[in-house]
Design a protein around this ligand. Sequence first.
Ligand SMILES: Cc1cc2nc3c(=O)[nH]c(=O)nc-3n(C[C@H](O)[C@H](O)[C@H](O)COP(=O)(O)O)c2cc1C
Length: 222
Amino acid sequence: MTAADLLARRRSIRAFRPDPVPADVLDRLLAAAQEAPSWSNTQPYRLGLAHGALRDRLADELTAAFDRGSVDLAPEIPLPLSYPPELQRRRQATGYGLYETLGIARQDHAARHAQMRRNFTFFDAPVVLFLFAHEALGQYAALDAGVFLQSLMLAAVDEGLGTCAEGALAMYPGPIRRCFDVPEGYKLLCGLSLGYPADDRVNGFRPARKAPDELLLPVATG
Ligand SMILES: Cc1cc2nc3c(=O)[nH]c(=O)nc-3n(C[C@H](O)[C@H](O)[C@H](O)COP(=O)(O)O)c2cc1C
């Protein structure tokens, strides 16, 4: 596959088959993603990897935290409190598009809540990763971690796997920190569900991208 094929085929997968991901496939994926560039090659990120019993424990504990609500909410990197109109418009269109694909009515709060809850069982993915970035590099560490994340997601496509980056998992760091020895200075950025995509309509959702003229800045006059 060309880079363009990989980029076009990668889509967020929100329904996975239970089939485990073989260890050698995981090793290949991580080795491929390690080719990612970073600020002065500092590679300011660490990964927690969970499958099997550890994955199940995390799914139980994160779902319990979600069910308790705001009590356990403690993101290490502040979540946006509001969105400027330009961003909110796209965010809302994507949310509505996802619910429409799932056949969930906008006013059906119970079904929307149930769908949100599926984030915490990793959409049934057999593998979940947690991405931490070093606070010393500030936003540049997050930038590097993002480049690494996309590298991992594209390498996964090449192996016939699917992924879903999950900012939702960074809402409840407690259970995750109890499962991994995280060195000082590393902050939880997001999770990544990984596995073989299920044949499910939700995986056909293709949210629109902005038009080229919305991407490229006009050249300033005067
Ligand atoms: C950093 C990051 C965090 C995300 N968090 C979530 C999440 O918590 N739950 C979810 O269902 N999708 C999440 N997504 C997926 C986005 O909604 C998705 O990338 C976007 O709608 C574009 O769709 P596509 O990935 O299928 O191209 C996240 C994506 C990124 C890059």
